[in-house]
Each structure stands twice: as C-alpha cells, then as structure tokens.
Design a protein around this ligand. Structure first.
Ligand code: FES
Ligand code: FES
Length: 202
C-alpha cells in the first residue's frame, strides 16, 4: 500500500494541507519552534547514513533534514526521479520503499535507512530489458514531454502489485496522485492495462 501517495493510505494531500493550515494558525509559536529545530539540526552537522538503492548500498553524510528526493538527485546523481511540485501534490517523485510507493519529496532520507529503495533506474532487468510497464508505456505512447513518466511508471508498477489495476476506472482512481501536465492520461491507462496483463502472466 502506498505510504504517502495522495488519495490513498498515509497522510493525504488534504491532511497535509490541513496540517500546514494548523501551523499557520499559530505562527509565532510554530515559527519559533521550527527555527529552533532547524538551528539545532544545523548545529548537529551532517548525519552518516546508508541507503540501499536498486540493490546497492550508498554511504552518505547528509543534513538530517534531507529528503529522499534530494538525496537521490543531488547526492547520488540518480536524476530519473523527478522533482515537480516538491510538496506532495504531483507524484513526479514516486519511488518504491520496500515495494510500497512513496513520495520521495515528503520522505526523510534518514527515515528509510535499512529499507529497500527502488527508483526508475532500478526497474529494468539486469540484462537491460525494460520492465513490462516501461515497455507498455513505450508501445502505447504513454508520455509526451516525459517529465512525469518515471513517477507514473513507479506508481503504475505498485498499483498492479497492489491488485489495484482491475479496471480502467480503478487505474484512473489509483493513479490519480500522479499528474500529467501533457494530458497523456488515456495512453497511460492503456499502458497500465497492457502491462498488468503481461505482469500477471510473468
Ligand atoms: Fe513530490 Fe511533486 S515532487 S509530489
Ligand atoms: Fe509531460 Fe506527463 S508527459 S507531464
């Protein structure tokens, strides 16, 4: 089950927004506490951690506040995972943590030490063969500019594994946290439908 994909389990977009609203309602106390926490984190310096990504361990020294998305892109040069909104609203940054789809822009890197992290770079087979979902996106033109595509594909793979791709309506609902500014939605649904059949046969 997705941990922090909007519209499903975990904190929803609405809850997060509501949470931020709550903070905004107490600006003096909230701002002071936030500044103090930030200053303490800065004083503490970098934190040593090991992230297991696509089957490989990576040792890093990161500010404890670093989110997984920035650890991937800025510190490990794994730029396949995209930064869209950076606020948990677009799904472009979706990766898998222990097989569960998560929004890496809302996930602290330190919180996923010891977990199995999979990014779009780790989806193809060892021989370079595309994952059935990647192949189906190619065959069905499930992309235009391609910016949202890694997140769409990671979400779609998890969606099939969760058993949440039973119909086009279900695919649309379960993929609703992944936005596509190019409007490639009909082809994305067709690709997920096709890949589901292939993944079930594999
Ligand atoms: Fe994470 Fe948009 S970049 S949800
Ligand atoms: Fe361009 Fe989705 S293909 S945003």
């Amino acid at each position: 089950m997705p941990a922090n994909v909007p519209g499903r389990t975990g904190p929803s977009r609405r809850n997060l927004i509501a949470g931020f609203g709550g903070l905004a309602a107490a600006p003096a106390v909230g701002a002071a506490a936030g500044a103090s926490a930030g200053a303490k984190a800065q004083e503490a310096g970098p934190m040593d951690l090991t992230l297991t990504i696509n089957g490989r361990d990576h040792r890093l020294a990161l500010d404890p506040r670093t989110v997984l998305l920035d650890a991937l892109r800025e510190h490990l040069n794994l730029t396949g995972t995209k930064k869209g909104c950076d606020q948990g609203q677009c799904g472009a940054c979706t990766v898998h943590v222990d097989g569960v789809r998560v929004l890496s822009c809302l996930t602290l890197a330190a919180a996923v030490q010891g977990a199995r992290i999979t990014t779009i770079e780790g989806l193809a087979g060892a021989d370079g063969a595309l994952h059935p979902m990647q192949q189906a996106f190619v065959e069905h033109d499930g992309l235009q500019c391609g910016y949202c595509t890694p997140g769409q594909i990671m979400s779609a793979v998890a969606c099939v594994h969760e058993g949440h791709a039973g119909s086009d309506d279900e695919i649309r609902e379960q993929m609703s946290g992944n936005l596509c500014r190019c409007g490639a939605y009909p082809n994305i649904v067709a690709a997920v439908r096709e890949a589901r059949t292939r993944m079930e046969r594999a």
